[in-house]
Design a protein around this ligand. Structure first.
Ligand code: COA
Ligand code: ADP
Length: 609
């Protein structure tokens, strides 16, 4: 999984010029530039992906070590999608920086671009998020210093890193559950007449880990293992199509255990399934020393295509799986393909291009939930909100961007942040303060933190139809690791002094920027069990929700966001135009509701009810 947030890939960070005249540069940033030579390329004159993975891993590891101040190991790499191949003679530029440190682990963001020295053009090849862990010392697990985001972009990545980490840590478990439930539904494998026996694609290869493959701590470089895995996967893929395959993507993987100099690494690959234009190759890496049993180091799933002379994907032969394990992997590859497509559909779109009301199902739950939370975080991170109206310290802001209108309402309440979060999380209680919530029922408890509701609202016009919404509500508590050390905040204030006034106006130095809020994100989904009815017009919410910040133990700042869709606009347009202040009535009712229930034990999450 990569949170393929196109905004953050392409939006340049505003340059921060320090008083000394120097441009601000993230202290953990590490760059690598390499000219692609024939020795780095395959027989088609393209940079081998294995070599690229080695460069990416080294750059990212050096960035992690710069932050950690000690030696680090690659724990995992999120999904990588390669947009272009790179030819001999081009320059590869890699930039890595630590987005966030948790306890002993860090998320490192890696961006790879390709440069044509003769035309001065640059284009993006891929980006990735890798997790590095500071090596344990004799004293035990290392507690890393926190990253203090200083620019709006850094703040955004910092905030999204917590959500990506959540997804990463549940990824393996969720994929296992999904595979067992989806393959049960698929039934028997379909037999194709002229299918290629999978056996023909099987590869097994051994590598001896030598000093150049390892760091000074004698651990094998993660990038080296990835490169060896890519090598056997490419051989398996070539055996299916008898042509040169192009690697398109690698699914998220995790280094389960370390490997050291002297280990023999056994790498096994086979084509698990071939679809019309792509095939999935599975690779397994195991290590042993002497007579010791094999240790499972890593498994990866790679998607290859074969391109014709116009770079269009060719039709591939079908595969005939081997019995038992082969058939299981064949079925699981179909399930993984669906998961990949869902992910691409939901996550890789620009926020503004994600279609309204994506169909919800268990296989896309993880990505929809990620999309829901990250959309709200992105809105929360915008620093160009304009104050439209204020009444008794309840503030209404608007933001117009990319032909979209968003609004936010902000107020403080004298109720603890956690209780506020619990009270607002259960949407069924919203009718106690919001007259627009006529009916609200839970229709699916997707998991502990994600609930799907049906909400019905009254008509805005006399005699008109009411609207109903199918909403996915994703609740998040502040990330448990990575709390801010106050001495670091003080050091950031010192940093602030070294910037001129205009720079300080950027949100980058907001004291909130290295804390997480409680968060309740809402977006529309569709469910086949709840189609639109005659009685109501089906409304849609693209992105809405609350962020709840702990100002002190008893004071909480609540911000409500909504990206206005035509269905929502009539409720707020007169407020935005300054002709009414119904936002104020709703939020003072909300404040009274929270105060009345500030000590209530009934404020439990819906899953607990
Ligand atoms: N993705 C990302 N981070 C992960 C992870 C995964 N799949 N699994 C564990 N982690 C993180 C944990 O969240 C934790 O982070 P935190 O301290 O910031 O909370 C950190 O790894 C350590 O977790 P812990 O529970 O203490 O240890 P573990 O027994 O889960 O071991 C590794 C995790 C990565 C240290 C262990 O699997 C390992 O040594 N792997 C081999 C790494 C290596 O040698 N790589 C180079 C190539 S061989
Ligand atoms: P799974 O079998 O559940 O897919 P593994 O971690 O055992 O998971 O293997 C990952 C992938 O590695 C498999 O999907 C398969 O493609 C490949 N693989 C595993 N074992 C072998 C083998 N003995 N020979 C060839 N390829 C293998």
């Amino acid at each position: 999984m990569t949170s393929e947030n196109k905004d953050s890939d392409t939006m340049p960070d505003p340059l921060l010029i320090q008083e000394s005249g120097e441009v601000y540069r993230n202290p953990t940033e590490v760059q690598m530039s390499q000219i692609v030579l024939p020795c780095h390329a395959n027989h088609c004159g393209e940079l081998s992906v294995g070599q690229l993975l080695k460069w990416m891993d080294s750059t990212a590891c050096l960035s992690a070590e710069r932050h950690a101040g000690c030696s680090c190991i690659t724990a995992s790499v999120d999904d990588i999608h390669f947009e272009h191949t790179i030819g001999v003679g081009k320059v590869v530029n890699i930039i890595a920086k630590v987005n966030r440190a948790f306890t002993s682990s860090m998320e490192v963001g890696i961006l790879v671009t390709c440069e044509d020295l003769y035309t001065d053009r640059q284009w993006k090849v891929c980006h990735a998020f890798a997790t590095f862990v500071a090596r344990r010392t004799e004293a035990g697990k290392v507690q890393l210093k926190q990253v203090i985001p200083r620019t709006q972009m850094e703040q955004m990545e910092y905030s999204l890193a917590a959500e990506r980490r959540r997804m990463r840590l549940i990824h393996a478990e969720i994929i296992t559950d999904l595979l067992s439930s989806s393959t049960a539904q698929l039934g028997e494998c379909q037999e194709y007449q002229d299918a290629v026996p999978a056996e023909r694609t099987r590869v097994e290869s051994v590598e001896l880990v030598l000093p150049p493959h390892a760091n000074h701590q004698v651990s094998t470089f993660g990038g080296q293992i990835m490169a060896w895995m890519e090598n056997v996967a490419t051989i398996a893929a070539s055996r299916l199509c008898n042509a040169h395959p192009t690697l398109r993507s690698i699914d998220m993987f995790h280094f389960r255990g370390p490997s050291h100099i002297g280990d023999r690494l056994v790498l096994k690959a086979i084509v698990n399934n071939a679809f019309k234009h792509s095939m999935e190759v599975g690779v397994c890496a195991e290590a042993y020393q002497g007579g010791e049993p094999l240790r499972h180091i890593n498994s990866a799933f790679m998607t290859f295509e074969v391109l014709d002379s116009d770079r269009k994907p060719c039709t591939l032969p079908r595969i005939r799986p081997e019995p038992v394990d082969g058939k299981r992997r064949f079925q699981e590859a179909i399930a993984r393909k669906k998961i990949r497509l869902d992910r691409k559909y939901i996550i890789s779109c620009k926020q503004t291009e994600v279609p309204l009301s994506v169909p919800w199902d268990p296989s896309n739950q993880m990505y929809l939930s990620y999309n829901n939370v990250s959309a709200l975080k992105l809105m929360d991170n915008r620093n160009n909100w304009v104050l439209a109206s204020e009444k008794n310290k309840v503030r209404l802001y608007t933001l117009e961007e990319n032909h979209m209108l968003c609004f936010k309402v902000e107020m403080n309440v004298r109720v603890s942040a956690e209780q506020t979060f619990h009270l607002l999380s259960d949407l069924r209680r919203r009718k106690e303060w919001d007259r627009h919530y006529e009916e609200c029922e839970v229709i699916n408890q997707a998991d502990e933190d994600d609930t799907i509701y049906r909400v019905a609202t009254p008509s805005v016009t006399k005699g008109g139809k009411g609207k109903d919404f199918i909403l996915l509500a994703s609740r998040r508590k502040p990330c448990d690791s990575g709390c801010v050390d106050m001495t670091l905040l003080a050091s950031r204030d010192n940093f602030a002094l070294h910037f001129n006034k205009t720079l300080c106006e950027l949100k980058c130095l907001d004291a909130q920027s290295s804390r997480d809020p409680y968060l309740i994100a809402l977006r529309s989904v569709t469910l086949p069990t709840h189609p639109p009815t005659e009685e109501y017009t089906r409304g849609e919410v693209l992105c809405a929700g609350f962020t709840i910040w702990e100002e002190s133990s008893s004071v909480t700042k609540i911000t409500y966001y909504n990206q206005a869709t035509p269905g929502v606009l009539p409720y707020i347009s007169t407020d935005i135009a300054g002709l009414s202040s119904s936002f104020y009535s709703a939020f003072s009712a909300c404040s009274q509701f929270l105060l009345a229930n500030k000590d209530s034990l009934a404020a439990l999450p819906p899953s607990a009810l």
